[in-house]
Design a protein around this ligand. Structure first.
Ligand SMILES: [Zn+2]
Length: 280
């Protein structure tokens, strides 16, 4: 057992085995009491891969799968891959001459590769969403179609879907799109969320104010850093030790129940993982 006497899960972090700190970042997380990680693949362009077909996504995902195996080796708990297609890829593809429908098709093909990895292992969940910046109507529609397809695939293989979207606190309509396709809203996670959220389950950025809001709200939530493991942008995001440090703070404030919610109960409901049983 770690020094915090509870599983500590970072629900969304990236590892870059090519240019980043990779396992060294995981060791820092573990040294501060972190035990479990959901590792998201970096966007394909962040790894220097110009995707043209489904096989190119496989190359992107394989890097994350290798990083996860190395991470698990140094954790008291374990890591799992969450694989998907970054919504901003659509803009990159348009710049390369794709029309919105062609971009949608390629992104959906990438999601199929991710879903396959969930069905056959080792991936735990799928990542999708829509651009967080303004795009024209055709691109918005194509992006929503990609996200809806992710829900369809999640329902089909029986896994959760993490979403990268614009900011906001009410995504009820998106949760309904998931339920229309057979995926419960309890299995839709809004990554980079604030403490309040309608619709999906919030994965709250480990900021004290937002965590206080999540604790006050008293609903299921998780915690994340969105650490990007990019040597060129060291201060751009929260570091890998932030979630364990915030857990220590929450425990000091007497929020033991909220810690259990965020690190045991909610991950169990959303991903069907047992962070207690998988802890040495
Ligand atoms: Zn991310």
């Amino acid at each position: 057992m770690n020094n915090l006497n509870t599983p500590v899960l970072d629900d969304h972090l990236h590892l870059d085995p090519v240019n980043g700190r990779n396992t060294e970042a995981v060791e820092e997380f573990a040294d501060h009491g972190g035990t479990h990680l959901l590792v998201l693949n970096k966007p394909s362009w962040g790894l220097g891969i110009e995707v043209e077909d489904a096989g190119d996504f496989r190359e992107v995902f394989d890097l994350t799968i290798t990083a996860v195996a190395d991470a698990t080796a140094v954790l008291d708990g374990r890591a799992w891959p969450v694989l998907g297609v970054h919504p901003a890829l659509i803009s990159q593809l348009l710049d390369r001459g794709y029309d919105p429908a062609e971009a949608r098709d390629l992104m959906q093909a990438g999601l199929e590769v991710a879903a396959e990895s969930v069905a056959e292992g080792p991936a735990l969940a799928i990542k999708s969403g829509r651009p967080h910046y303004d795009v024209d109507a055709a691109v918005w529609e194509a992006s929503n179609d990609v996200m809806k397809y992710a829900f369809e695939l999640g329902a089909e293989v029986g896994c959760a879907v993490q979403l990268h979207t614009e900011g906001g606190e009410d995504f009820s309509d998106v949760a309904e799109w998931a339920e229309d396709r057979g995926l419960s809203r309890e299995r839709v996670v809004k990554h980079y969320s604030g403490g309040r959220m309608e619709g999906p389950v919030p994965s709250v950025l480990a900021d004290k104010d937002e965590l206080e809001r999540a604790v006050e709200r008293g609903e299921p939530f998780m915690m994340e850093t969105d650490f990007i493991d990019d040597p060129d942008r060291p201060g751009a995001v929260l570091g890998p030790k932030t979630v364990p440090r915030r857990v220590r703070w929450l425990l000091e404030e007497g929020h033991d129940e909220a810690v259990h919610t965020a690190h045991v109960e909610t991950p169990g409901r959303v991903y069907d993982i047992d962070t207690e049983a998988t802890l040495d």
